[in-house]
Ligand binder design. Structure first.
Ligand SMILES: [Mg+2]
Length: 190
């Protein structure tokens, strides 16, 4: 089968990683309990930053956020390795900016994710992911953002929503809380 994955906050815990970086850079010590209560993708609010300042903070921290030791979610790497070994095709579709695409690909390989160079897509806007995903004829696609899954509902793809505090009000998609559950959520052809 053909599996497509978003990267940030689907396979790797990027927002929490960035939250630690913000604490460090801004000399704060805001707890993860506060982090868990943030009801949106952006993480700047507990630091008292406006949306504009938050955007600037994010963009100025990108190098550190993307290329340091952001952890994968538990069992994400193992799950994808297992799919790869079983002969399935794995695609990555990330909206990370174009200039970060190739480095991100190498970073993912170093991290232990199974990456085929021809199956790694980046640099599109969130709402443009559909253009690529449609052509890939995926059987499954996993993302943390309901707005992206919404663009795909007319396609014959099984959609899975990676559970996050900011998408808990949405119940339109099958929800994956832990990567350990992934194998149970996919319908095997046998
Ligand atoms: Mg994401």
């Amino acid at each position: 089968m053909r599996f497509g994955f978003d990267i940030d906050d689907t396979l790797i815990n990027l927002r929490e990683h960035a939250f630690h970086i913000y604490n460090h850079k801004l000399h704060k010590n805001i707890g993860l309990d506060i982090f868990m209560q943030i009801g949106r993708v952006e993480i700047h609010e507990p630091f008292g930053l406006s949306d504009e300042e938050g955007k600037e903070m994010w963009n100025n921290s990108l190098e550190e956020i993307y290329y340091t030791n952001c952890p994968a979610f538990p069992h994400a790497i193992e799950t994808l390795q297992m799919l790869d070994k079983a002969g399935h095709s794995i695609f990555y579709i990330t909206a990370r900016p174009k200039e970060h695409g190739e480095r991100t690909k190498e970073w993912m390989k170093q991290k232990g994710f199974p990456v085929n160079d021809a199956r790694f897509f980046y640099g599109m806007k969130d709402e443009e992911k559909i253009d690529i995903i449609k052509d890939l004829h995926l059987d499954y696609y996993v993302d943390d953002k309901p707005t992206i899954l919404k663009t795909l509902t007319k396609e014959p793809i099984h959609l899975l929503l990676k559970d996050q505090p900011y998408n808990r009000d949405i119940d339109d998609y099958e929800r994956m809380i832990n990567w350990k559950d992934f194998a149970k959520l996919i319908k095997t052809e046998s």
